[in-house]
Structure formats: C-alpha cells, structure tokens
Ligand binder design. Structure first.
Ligand code: KG4
Ligand code: ZN
Length: 339
C-alpha cells in the first residue's frame, strides 16, 4: 500500500514491447514504462520471436526499476499485487514476463495474478474512464485479434464474433510491407492515408454471411498485391496515399458496420474500443460518427493505452484478484489463451 492505495505492478511482454506499469486502486496510473523493440524488428520487416524474447530478457529488470522509480520512488515493499500477461502471445516472449513475475512473487511473497492479454486491452478503458464499469460491448482490434465481445463483468465476457483468418492489425502490417511502408504498418498507413482519397482505389468490403459478426481480412493483402501488380504492368505510377486510404476505408467500413450490428443485436448503449488498431485516427472518427447518430456512448482510450502496455495488465489484474484471488507459482504461459 502507498498513501492508503492498493498498488498493482503490471507486466506485459507478449509481443515486442517490454512494458511494466504501477497502478493505484486499479484505475490510477502512477507509471507506465514501455520499452519498444520496433527499431530492432524494423530491419526484418516484422517481429522476430526469438529476438523479441532475448530483448525482453535483457531489458525487463531495468524496465522494472524505472517503473518503480517513476511511480514516486516506490520499492517492491509498497506493491500489493503483481499482474502479468500469461497469454496469448509469442510464447517465448510471454514466458519472460511470467518467469519474472513468478520470481518476484516467490522472493517477496507478493500475490501473483495471470492476465489474459485481451482482457488487458479492454481494461485500458478503466484507466482512461474512471467511472466506466461493465457491462458494455467491446471491439478488440489488435495485431493478433479482432473480436466483438459482450463484457458482462470485469473478468467475464461473451465472444460475439471474431476473425476467421488474419487479425486486422496483421492485415495493416502485411499490406504496409507490400507497398513498402515497413513495420509496424498500422501507424504508417494511418498517417499516409490522411494524404490520400479513400474513394480513389476500391477494395472489397468482406462482410461474410448476412448478419455475421465474424471478420475476414486475409483477402485484402491479395487484393492489394493484385492491384499493385496490375498498375505496374500497365506502367502507371502508384499513388501510395490513395492505396492506403482505400485499404483503410475498406477495413473501417467493415469494423463500423459489424460493431453497430452487434450494438443493435445486444441493445448495448456503450461501445468500448481496445487494442493497437484502436489508435487509428480514421477508425476513431468513423466510430464516433456512427455512435453519435445512434445514441451510443463511445469509449476510446488514448493511443498509448490502445497499444501494448503494462498499465492495462495491472488494471485487469486488480479486478481479477478481487473476484478470483491469486494464482500460485504454477502459473503457466500460453501462446493461445481463449477469452
Ligand atoms: O495491441 P497491439 O499493440 O499488440 C497486439 O496485441 O497485437 O497491436 C499492434 C497492432 C499492429 O498490427 C499495429 O500495426 C497496429 O496495432 N496499430 C495500428 C495503429 N497503431 C498500431 N493500426 C492502425 N492504425 C494505427 N494508428
Ligand atoms: Zn496487444
């Protein structure tokens, strides 16, 4: 405890960010340190799992020290709970966070809680909006997942739909690579699309069966590739901003349509956005307009809380601990972990 507040340490290492945060009473961020490996993986055009694990291992102790220091010179004695992502993610990367959390818990006696990374993304909203409580509808859009879920309680949700192939962030990253924008694709396409015309190059909107809340994004890469090859063969110069804007508009139209369909079907009057693609400026604007016209309250965390961070894991751990208690030192790491 510190100043009468319950202190949770949140550890996140499921992909290419080594991130540790300190959160008070599950809602107040005291520190949120994110050590990104983007520069390292950019050379390879995407995350190399083995390299990610090694860098987590090299950085995690320093990130921990920094997180405690930035929270107001805290020490482990002030920490009441350790929360850690234990899946889903790159298994070698998840293991580093879990092993660190278990070692800290074993050495200090601080209770330990494993957090599903996707619950973490949803929980970023509790940090941004102190009064937000379940139930609500959530659109989870990240590099590994695309889901519409009905969040019924802090630690419970019902999956309404998900992707049948690629995640939406994966589609962004793949298409960005094809058109030479590099890694990570999402933020680059987001920025480049602002200069383009979303009507100039048309990509299909893949809605699947009538009324389905599932998604499919794998065909978009092929569409982009075919378009680029066709243009090159015809000797025409590629307009990268127009391609980005058209591609992004196809994704946004599908996400907004399905989110509104889910809201209609569940009667939800609150929609929460979660995950890295939730940082996308055009998606946020489009959701804002769609929600406004239907009287749905929209929750969009600050971009830094949309992408991977330790604070969201701390918040999710705080509520899980209250409802289910601690995990023991047998806590395992999982590449796949259902919601
Ligand atoms: O949630 P996240 O940080 O990690 C996973 O759990 O996957 O999401 C990373 C994904 C990447 O695919 C990245 O390209 C995408 O989120 N992303 C964006 C934006 N910022 C990050 N996609 C579109 N627009 C953005 N501004
Ligand atoms: Zn994530």
């Amino acid at each position: 405890m510190k100043d009468g507040k319950f202190i949770t340490l949140g550890i996140e290492s499921s992909c290419d960010e080594t991130a540790i945060a300190v959160v008070a009473d599950g809602r107040e961020i005291l520190s949120n340190v994110i050590s990104s490996q983007i520069d390292i993986h950019t050379k390879f055009g995407g995350v190399v799992p083995e390299i990610a694990s090694r860098h987590h291992l090299e950085n995690i102790n320093e990130v921990l020290e920094q997180a405690l220091a930035e929270a107001g010179d805290l020490s482990l004695r002030d920490v009441d709970l350790i929360g850690v992502t234990n899946g889903p993610g790159l298994i070698g990367a998840v293991v580093i966070g879990v092993a660190t959390a278990k070692a800290l818990s074993f050495a200090t006696g601080i209770p330990l809680v494993g957090v599903n990374h996707m619950h973490g993304h949803v929980s970023a909203n509790y940090l941004q909006y102190p009064d937000l409580e379940p139930p609500f509808l959530a659109l989870i859009v990240s590099g590994g997942h695309t889901n519409l879920v009905q969040v019924t309680d802090y630690n419970r949700c019902e999956v309404l739909g998900g992707t049948r192939d690629d995640a939406v962030g994966e589609a962004y990253d793949k298409v960005a690579r094809v058109i030479g924008l590099g890694y990570p694709g999402g933020p680059k396409v987001d920025r480049t699309a602002r200069e383009g015309d979303p009507e100039a190059v048309h990509f299909k909107r893949v809605m699947l069966e009538e009324g389905s809340l599932d998604f499919s994004f794998s065909g978009l890469k092929t569409q982009a590739l075919n378009y680029i090859n066709r243009e090159k063969m015809a000797g025409r110069e590629l307009n990268i901003p127009d391609i980005c804007a058209g591609f992004q508009q196809s994704i946004i139209d599908v996400l907004v349509h399905k989110a509104m369909l889910a809201a209609e079907r569940t009667g939800a009057d609150r929609l929460v956005v979660a995950g890295g693609v939730g940082a996308n400026s055009a998606l946020r604007t489009a959701l804002d307009e769609a929600c406004l016209s239907r009287g749905i309250a929209l929750y969009t965390p600050a971009p830094i809380l949309c992408t991977d961070n330790g604070a969201m894991i701390a918040s999710a751990a705080y509520y899980k601990y209250q409802q289910e208690g601690a995990d023991d030192l047998h806590l395992d790491a999982y590449a796949n972990l259902p919601l």
